[in-house]
Design a protein around this ligand. Structure first.
Ligand code: P6P
Length: 343
């Protein structure tokens, strides 16, 4: 006799197939792509969770396109994800934080383009803080043109056909969307399956947590300084100030924002005039998740997913989270726009 909980146990693979069956014309290729990513995520999760034992921690000596030291788990994760996509022969090109240019796969006719941040937050690996993988999936427009070009990948975030992340934390969580809401899964290591835990998660309309690296305070625009001070005043609805939470792993900070509400901000600064985070494989996919959950994501002036990209590794400032919180910070940025650097 099945218990109630066993009766409701749905794996990622089953859920993907159930979702595909809602589209009679579906070829199953996107489903296969999502399953590929799920498999790679299980393998990465295993390595992340035993990194200290297998001496996979630490630097392998190479540097990524941004001049940052590449940790071994970054390289391992990049390889696992690209290998999984190569095997299914439906992806023509991968763009990853760990590779300077586009990575052409053997399936020249593959109709998908995949952006990856294979292991976001990798600077936290050595101190056992949560890290994550982020993926963003586009259709290739000139599908039957044999020459796979970088320009095929320069599409705004609104053209994503799917996006998601894997958070390697106290448990391994996978969230993804194909534009019909956000589904959340937790890995059950005892059976090696991602188990559905929320079919259509929604972000709280307002939260009382703000997430930003306050170390760059002195280079913020005045409007942002005024907003953070606003967060530190007593909120009339709760009778107390907001809480500050900053992990320094975007996937972890955004996942907390999705679940608890509030706002995550990485603004432009003296050190990062265009912002630090990458539009195509950090901000666009996580913005699609947040928007599909009922939230907002802006660069301070416009919707993140409407930015027309000009380079595969370009950066952007980002203000994302609960709609009430994001609208509030945008109001402050507009109100003090003329006094950008005073105070
Ligand atoms: P900072 C991690 O290196 C990362 O790319 C994101 O995951 C994270 O949100 C951000 O950088 C943290 O940057 O400057 O606050 O250390």
């Amino acid at each position: 006799m099945q218990t109630v909980s066993e009766a409701r146990l749905v794996t990622l693979e089953e859920y993907i197939i159930q979702s595909q069956n809602r589209f009679p014309g579906a070829t199953g290729e996107l489903s296969q792509l999502l399953r590929d990513i799920g498999l790679a995520a299980k393998i990465i999760s295993r390595e992340v969770n035993k990194a200290g034992i297998t001496n996979i921690l630490g630097v392998d000596g190479s540097k990524n396109v941004h001049g940052e030291e590449v940790k071994k788990l970054d390289v391992f994760s990049d390889h696992q994800l690209i290998s999984a996509l190569e095997r299914s022969q439906i992806t023509c090109m991968v763009i990853s934080e760990e590779n300077d240019g586009i990575v052409r796969l053997s399936s020249k006719g593959g109709k998908y383009i995949v952006y990856l941040d294979p292991l976001d937050g990798s600077s936290n690996i050595d101190v056992n803080v949560s890290v994550g993988s982020i993926f963003s999936i586009y259709m290739r427009e000139a599908r039957f043109d044999p020459t796979v070009k970088e320009s095929d990948a320069l599409q705004p975030g609104i053209r994503q056909v799917a996006a998601g992340y894997v958070l390697y934390g106290s448990s391994t969580t996978l969230a993804y969307t194909t534009g019909l809401g956000v589904s959340l899964f937790t890995l059950d290591p005892s059976i090696g399956e991602f188990i559905l835990c929320n079919r259509n998660i929604k972000i709280p309309q307002k939260g009382t947590i703000y997430s930003i690296n306050e170390g760059s305070y002195n280079s913020w625009d005045l409007g942002l300084k005024k907003y953070i001070k606003y967060c530190q005043e007593t909120d009339p609805e709760t009778g107390r100030p907001y809480s500050a939470r900053y992990i320094g792993s975007m996937v972890a900070d955004v996942h907390r924002t999705l679940i608890k509400g509030g706002i995550f901000i990485y603004p432009h600064s003296n050190r990062y005039p265009e912002g630090k985070l990458r539009l195509m494989y950090e901000c666009n996919p996580l913005s699609m998740i947040i928007e599909q959950a009922g939230g907002m994501a802006s660069n301070g002036e416009r919707r993140i997913m409407e930015i027309e990209p000009v380079a595969i590794h370009q950066r952007t400032p980002i203000y994302m989270g609960s709609p009430i919180n994001v609208r509030k910070v945008l109001d402050f940025l507009v109100e003090y726009a003329e006094e950008k650097t005073l105070a």
